[in-house]
Design a binder for this molecule. Structure first.
Ligand code: NAD
Length: 260
């Protein structure tokens, strides 16, 4: 659909060695963006993934290890990238439990990785965007940034928080050629969702098939999972000239979930 209009731009995508982050990285590279991909690990597979993305799309790809639960790592990731025209705050984790049983450490980790990391990366990336005269901040929120589900207190709080941060970032950059928006996916079948299925089976005393159909996709009127390519394509659109006046808002990729 788009030509290589992001040639010469660098996209930093947090939490991008799997799932939605990897899908977004793929789609941005497809339209010419150089990439910095990231996770908290530093394995041969991580670096091999960077090489294979570079070979597939003919762009520069670096893998930079940084733990998004640590503020200093978040800031160092952007500093090491050296340039950040497109910042995609994607890293995220999940834990499912009723509030009285929700481990405090899990609450802290979810708030740190899913919310605070975006504040720290943005704090370093925005001055770089200002210097370059162009920028896009794309925060990966969730349908849970707009609605709630039981047993997901920390996740829903973090995702509502990142929608708020998105609005403030947009207002602080409104007079500049920088935009900030949040993508709110519904269920996408990635490792984070796979990991929830056993917990949900236990909590609801249901089979895997019933959890998928009656707990997860029951909220998604399309009855289908969204795909990482669709979320990645939305990030490409937000980086395109057509989206220059779109800022401070949310775009749902949720099969109708938030229309209910
Ligand atoms: P995933 O588990 O496949 O990917 C999460 C990514 O974050 C991985 O690359 C992982 O390595 C990375 N990560 C985790 N902890 C990290 C840390 N401390 N430091 C750096 N990286 C870390 O999950 P996903 O479904 O691809 O989720 C990506 C984002 O999309 C998350 O923010 C998630 O909340 C959001 N989201 C997912 C869905 C869905 O249905 N899958 C729906 C809505 C929103």
């Amino acid at each position: 659909m788009f030509e290589k209009f992001l040639k010469g731009k660098t996209a930093v995508v947090t939490g991008s060695n799997s799932g939605i982050g990897l899908g977004i990285a793929q789609e941005l590279a497809r339209v010419g963006a150089d990439l910095v991909i990231n996770s908290f690990t530093d394995s041969q597979d991580d670096h091999a993934l960077a090489r294979s993305l570079a070979a597939e799309h003919g762009v520069e790809v670096r893998y930079i290890q940084a733990d998004m639960s640590r503020p200093e790592d978040c800031r160092a990731l952007i500093e090491k990238a050296g340039r950040c025209d497109i910042l995609v705050n994607n890293a995220g984790i999940q834990h499912v439990a009723p509030i009285p049983d929700f481990p405090a450490g899990k609450w802290d980790a979810i708030i740190a990785i899913n919310l605070s990391s975006a504040f720290h990366t943005s704090a370093v990336a925005l001055p770089m965007m200002r210097k370059a005269g162009w920028g896009r901040v794309i925060n990966i929120a969730s349908a849970h940034g707009l609605t709630a589900s039981e047993y997901k207190s920390a996740y829903v709080a973090a995702k509502h928080g990142i929608v708020g941060l998105t609005k403030v970032t947009a207002l602080e950059t409104a007079r500049e050629p920088i935009t900030c928006n949040a993508i709110c996916p519904g269920y996408v079948l990635t490792p984070i969702v796979e990991k929830q299925i056993p917990d949900q089976m236990k909590t609801h005393d249901m089979s895997r098939e019933d959890v998928i159909a009656k707990v997860m996709l029951v909220r998604q009127p399309s009855g289908e999972f969204a795909t990482v390519e669709q979320v990645g394509g939305t990030a490409v659109f937000l980086s395109s000239p057509a989206a220059e006046q779109i800022t401070g808002t949310t775009i749902s990729v949720d099969g109708g979930w938030t229309a209910l």
